[in-house]
Design a protein around this ligand. Structure first.
Ligand code: FAD
Length: 505
């Protein structure tokens, strides 16, 4: 194996001493597989993004030792959990060491009295909830990537949950965590002196700083999470509409109604309905007059879900909705974690099935701005398709983020025939992503509600979104990671190390 000079034998020996030979991986497959992320990936440039080696630590102490060694030798570190992130956060842009924390997947404590559990960063929510079910409890962080994203990655991205309008998102559900700083120092991040407070007013609110940084500030190793009673009932009525406007009106009224069990609502626009009808084998076909769909979701005790559900049904019907029946409603919601699980979807082109992979561009948008953002986004993808036949518009989903319906995770899904990508089409795709982000900002939104915003294209606009806050980000990065070893190259943070500290003066 050829490794970077700084990863010569003495460093490898040190790492093997800490972790044991079997947890220091230098083979091609181990390294290439940990460079890849879900679509779209510039397959033609894969070799540029491969780490020099992969380590599999089993404890906070081992993570800390690995980071100390890397910091001493100025070797880049990239934290990696499930590798499902959609903003290239776990892609090693400067090679170095990928720290894969999947071995740290234990449940260390379930505290039934305070309703918390403490887990390793490498556990996924599906496995955790299988164990919690026996206690009548649930950890309700429920992304579409529920079976394959892990608790540490949820912290690294500050993830968004499908049922967040009822239970909150990762940032609300993670109470505290152990965290290895870029120097190797271990701190505990969260409110209070223990692990289990949800609210304190003491000092800076560091939990929010150390979430959503895409692994640029350190590595979370153990987390304490908030638990809820496992819901007795789940209601997910599915409604059909003849046009987008009535579906849009309905989703707003459902979200603003103040029903306590309301866990979220999803709007499918005409492009999405067309795509599902055409390409998604799991989708139950709807009659041709169905042009838009809304799904509302309620969780809780059976009696309260029935009462709240009646109100949600009434609101939808008053807006011209047609209820699609229990089978479609329960079936579609049950499939929420599977819809994109297959990375390659077949798409018929001139009688041939071509393999297209899914990609989604997400943003946080206020309710009032959704219709206009939608039109502008579809137009950007239309222009892209006009030039290159390896792209396709798979429509838009719009999900409530909060229980008042103030803002929505809005995503446009783009099908990409990845094997066809070359430098020219890749550059056009990056440009389109930048344009999509620009629209979100122009309408007062955020480039991302869910995945983060450090991919090529959108990342250029992060300083614009954050304003003076971006300068603070540069200062924080330099102060916490003096040698720029933690996931370098992300969020344009390398400029913090320029002589002028990134100020440009
Ligand atoms: C099919 C599909 C559906 C998805 N649906 C959703 C959704 O509904 N909601 C949503 O929020 N996201 C969704 N995503 C995106 C993705 O699942 C989330 O961003 C998730 O939080 C990433 O978790 P992961 O364990 O895969 O992290 P990774 O991809 O391994 O890492 C993500 C980022 O966090 C950093 N990181 C990883 N581990 C740590 C750690 N221990 N400490 C500090 N930083 C760390 C990495 O360096 C990287 O920057 C979806 C992705 C796919 C493929």
């Amino acid at each position: 194996m050829t490794v970077a000079p700084q990863l010569a034998e003495p460093v490898l020996d040190d790492l093997r001493q800490v972790l044991g030979d079997e947890h220091v991986l230098t083979g091609k497959a181990a390294r290439f597989n940990r460079a890849r992320v879900p679509a779209p990936f510039p397959v033609h440039r894969w070799a540029e993004r491969v780490p020099d080696l992969v380590v599999l630590p089993g404890s906070t102490e081992e993570v800390s030792e690995v980071v100390r060694i890397a910091n001493a030798h100025r070797i880049p570190i990239v934290p990696r959990d499930g590798g499902t992130g959609l903003t290239d956060g776990a892609v090693p842009l400067r090679r170095g060491i990928v720290v894969d924390v999947k071995r740290m997947n234990g449940i260390l404590e379930i505290d039934e009295v305070n309703r918390t559990c403490t887990v390793g960063a490498g556990i996924n929510m599906l496995k955790l909830n299988e164990v919690l079910a026996a206690y009548g409890l649930i950890y309700p962080d429920d992304p579409a990537s529920y079976p394959c994203s892990l608790v540490g990655g949820r912290i690294g991205t500050s993830g968004w949950s499908l049922i967040g309008s009822r239970y909150g998102h990762s940032r609300d559900l993670v109470l505290s965590f152990d965290f290895v700083l870029p120097t190797g120092k271990v701190i505990h991040v969260g409110d209070g002196a223990g692990r289990k407070l949800s609210k304190s007013s003491s000092g800076y609110q560091l939990k929010h700083l150390f979430m959503g940084h895409q692994g640029t500030l350190g590595i979370a190793t153990e987390a304490t999470l908030k638990l809820f009673p496992k819901p007795e009932a789940e209601l997910s009525p599915f409604f059909a509409f003849p046009d987008y406007d009535s579906a849009y009106r309905t989703v707003g009224e459902l979200a603003r109604a103040g029903v306590a069990t309301f866990a979220g609502a999803v709007l499918f626009d005409e492009w999405k309905v067309d795509y599902l009808r055409r390409d998604d084998e799991a989708y139950i076909p709807q009659p041709a007059d169905v042009r838009a769909l809304v799904c509302a979701v309620a969780y809780g005790y059976e009696d309260e879900v029935i009462a709240g559900g009646r109100r949600l049904m009434r609101i939808a019907k008053e807006n011209g909705a047609r209820y699609l029946g229990d089978e479609v409603s329960e079936g579609d919601w049950a499939a929420r974690h599977d819809r994109y699980a297959t990375p390659l979807h077949g798409r018929v082109r001139s009688g041939q099935v071509v393999p297209m992979s899914w990609h989604c561009e997400d943003a946080a948008i206020n309710y009032s701005e959704l219709p206009q953002v939608r039109l502008e986004w579809h137009e950007i993808v239309r222009r892209l398709r006009e030039r290159f036949d390896m792209f396709d518009d798979w429509g838009m989903f719009t999900y409530t983020s909060a229980n008042t319906g103030v803002d929505y995770l809005t995503e446009i899904d783009v099908g990409i025939w990845e094997q066809r990508l070359d430098d020219e089409s890749w550059a056009a795709w990056v440009r389109a992503k930048r344009d999509i982000a620009e629209v979100a900002l122009r309408y007062g939104g955020s480039i991302s509600a869910c995945h983060g915003s450090c991919r090529e294209g959108e990342v250029d606009l992060v300083p614009q979104e954050l304003g003076g806050g971006y300068d603070v980000m540069l200062d924080v990065k330099r102060a916490i990671d003096p040698n720029n070893i933690m996931n370098p190259g992300k969020y344009g943070l390398d400029r913090a190390y320029e002589p002028d500290g990134g100020s440009g003066s």
